[in-house]
Design a protein around this ligand. Sequence first.
Ligand code: SAH
Length: 325
Amino acid sequence: MTPLERALRDRILSEGPITVETYMDACNSYYYATRDPLGASGDFTTAPEISQMFGELVGACLADCWVRAGNSGDAVYVELGPGRGSLAADALRVMSSVGLDPPVHFVETSPVLRAAQGEAVPGASWHHDLSTLPEVPLLLVANEFLDALPIRQIVDGAERRIVTAAGGLAFDRDGEIVEVSPARDEAVRTLAERLVENDGVALFIDYGHERSSLGDTLQAVRGHQYAPVLDRPGEQDLTAHVDFEAVAKAATSAGASVTPLVAQGEWLERLGIAARAAALVRAHPERAEEVDAARRRLCDPAQMGALFKVIGVHSPGWPAPAGFR
Ligand code: SAH
């Protein structure tokens, strides 16, 4: 039994069943606080860990917005859940090449990952949540952040809860599931409000669906394999598909402008991943195969290209980011 499972069982025995939201929140807080889960030796691999091209194109997209918005001098780079800091390092390098060297603000709760981010991006500042971000234009990106925020599951109009069972934990009910995520809606709404007030642009990249729909999308991953979600609490990554219809609604309700939702592969192709790959291969001919494989992994609809999607949110006074139409 994991330490967290023991604590959750004790809590359920003394206070009663816990919601899926409470469970996911407790598991992920423990999980991220105690390890670096990324990469081949960890539990899962994300786009910025596959290739520098991902972060470079994000950086180019943000820099392009900043230029078209009139080079607002006091903009800052913000990243939510920056993992190892790879995306930020790649994005900032590209931004710097066009004369944009913004202060860097990371929203990150994990001390382990904060340490890795500090190595990758010297001089960054950290925030525990969105409330302390500076009140200036934001150039923001969040890759695989929203999927880690807790969801609620509703079955037949009742909240799905978790109870103790012989040797572990179990759901109190099964049936047709509706998922909602007040935590996610709240995060997007808060950011959108900040954008409306202080200008800027935000890119959210995640796996998910375009329309709110029925179904259980809560999943656990450990050592690059799917696992039952109630197994080994706190020792495996819990995520749920992002409902991008809800994200768009939360942003527009705060008065922000929203781009269409596009598949990650399509977005990266429109931003010029082919040209970037060709330039990398010219500079490092020995890496041709690796660069080509990375591009396919990021863009091919059979790999990450279609499941992962991108949506842009921006203040009404700023231009829409490139690559969405
Ligand atoms: N964006 C990175 C890492 C994705 S993993 C990449 O693409 O490689 C999810 C990240 O979000 C981790 O850095 C994790 O510590 C962070 N995170 C998860 N829940 C969080 C929360 N509630 N507040 C702040 N950061 C959180």
